[in-house]
Design a protein around this ligand. Structure first.
Ligand code: LLP
Length: 463
């Protein structure tokens, strides 16, 4: 996942080689700007604050664990993507990374569009006032109900994912007396350099229609014949947490190749291409993500160059960043509970959450960093593993990190870069109560997703 190297061999801080990514940082109190949201800072009294509010106050008011989301940073990132791509392109925020009504309103205000992949995400988006024509609907197995709702409410595009779906969407649109704007998602056969579970453009997987063997061309042929569909473009999403632009380059080359074949066969120049999301963020200091303007420049140049070569008009580009917008904007605040030093190994630091609020470490071997945020400390670094409170030894939040040796129960620690795919993949394992999301901005904090309660759990248990 993250490109940070795994510590191998020596386990003690004092024997780790210098310059090794897992060697203790020179100053444990320092907050690396790369991984923390933009307004996070350490106040003169040593407490970390976000949006001008100290984490000690936030913990008191909202409890722990909690996801603290820096609204200013979210808006700045959303705006940076929008500005970088300019008026001739569209930025669809991928709601699966994290979606709530407040987030939908921020996106709307900042001029972004929205990618949803379920009826639940669509309902959330519409209920918060996102205009339907700025929504793209994704998914490899959309239900008839979802398709009907999407068409009825007027979503801007449905991204078709299979031959069966081409027919299904066309049929439903026609029965509703509509012509639905659609894209076809293809798999371009690129091996994205990321974890296997989140790589999506190789052929042996469930998403999209393979370019190989002429299948994508056949899908286009069928879609163009159906009255219920208006084919507006081709979609490709190659994976997630990607740093290397070469995968996008190959994808763009192949998508444009298909556009050219379509022009040659049907005399139609499709007006849009969507290159998906997947841009990586810094989870630890070892990661070096690109800025939106660099990504926009690289992608638009690649597409224009390919189109020029194919003598095609350059289509309107869209992208679907999720993690790159919301990921860095939030951190998870935990209270330290049991601390268990294991001689010759490491110290296990248990927190009041775990794999139910961040499954990514267990699921993808993801790497995170951690800091003591309720005070500073001059104590020596100790090698720790931050673990949760679940009944499972794989319940790890941060595999290897350093915290000060005087860490004590009751201290607050925070794991940065948890804005994406943490709350959205949170579970009730062991009947854990999913933490709230608290948005902080200009000295004010407000709950945008409240903490679950035991009543919430019992309400669903109707036996
Ligand atoms: N567009 C499509 C069609 C997608 O499938 C995805 C992510 C995105 C955009 C947004 O990708 P992003 O920019 O956020 O990387 N749970 C995994 C990630 C799964 C991503 C699924 N699709 C994780 O925690 O890393």
């Amino acid at each position: 996942m993250s490109r940070s190297a795994h510590p191998a061999g020596p386990r003690h801080a004092d024997v780790l080689p210098e310059g090794h990514p897992s060697a203790p940082p020179a100053d444990l109190n320092h907050l690396d700007r790369k991984v923390w949201a933009s307004t996070v800072t350490r106040t003169p009294d040593g407490v970390v604050s976000v949006g001008g509010v100290e984490v000690t106050r936030l913990a008191e008011e909202f409890g722990t664990p909690a996801y603290l989301l820096d609204e200013t940073d979210f808006r700045e990132r959303a705006r940076a993507w929008r500005t970088a791509f300019g008026p001739d392109a569209d930025v669809f925020y991928a709601g699966k990374a994290f979606l709530s009504r407040a987030v939908v309103r921020w996106l709307h205000e900042e001029g972004l569009n929205l990618d949803v992949c379920s009826g639940g995400e669509l309902t959330t988006a519409l209920s918060a006032g996102m205009p339907a024509d700025r929504i793209a609907f994704h998914g490899n197995n959309k239900s008839v109900d979802e398709i009907e709702t999407a068409i009825r409410t007027g979503v801007g595009r449905i991204v078709l994912d299979s031959f069966q779906e081409i027919v299904r969407v066309a049929h439903i649109a026609q029965s509703l007396g509509k012509r639905q704007r659609v894209q076809i998602r293809i798999t371009v056969g690129v091996e994205a350099h990321t974890h296997e579970f989140i790589a999506t453009a190789h052929e042996d997987q469930k998403f999209g229609i393979p370019l190989a063997g002429g299948q994508a061309a056949e899908a286009v042929r069928r879609a163009l014949q159906l009255d219920g569909l208006e084919l507006i473009g081709i979609h490709s999403h190659i994976g997630s947490q990607i740093f290397d632009m070469s995968g996008f380059e190959v994808a763009a080359h192949r998508v444009v190749g298909l556009l050219k074949d379509i022009r040659d066969e049907h005399g139609v120049e499709l007006p849009e291409i969507d290159l998906g999301g997947g841009l990586g963020i810094a989870y630890t200091s070892a990661d070096d993500p690109r800025e939106p303007h660099e990504i926009a420049k690289a992608l638009t140049e690649i597409v224009s160059r390919e189109c020029e070569g194919a003598k095609l008009r350059t289509p309107r580009i869209s992208v679907e960043p999720g993690r790159a917008i919301v990921g860095p904007t939030a951190f998870t605040l935990y209270e330290v509970g049991t601390i268990k030093p294991l001689d010759g190994l490491r110290t296990y630091v248990s927190v009041d959450g775990g794999m139910s609020d961040n499954i990514r470490t267990a699921l993808y071997d993801a790497e995170y960093s951690v800091a003591l945020v309720s005070r500073t400390s001059e104590a020596a670094p100790m090698l720790v593993r931050v673990v949760g409170k679940h009944c499972e030894s794989g319940d790890i939040v941060v595999k290897d990190a350093f915290l000060p040796a005087d860490l004590a129960p009751g201290d607050l620690i925070a794991v940065p870069a948890t804005g994406a795919y943490c709350r959205s993949m949170a579970s009730n394992y062991n009947h854990a109560l999913r933490p709230p999301v608290v948005a902080v901005r200009d000295g004010e904090a407000r709950v945008i997703v409240r903490r679950e309660t035991e009543e919430d759990l019992l309400r669903l248990d109707v036996g």
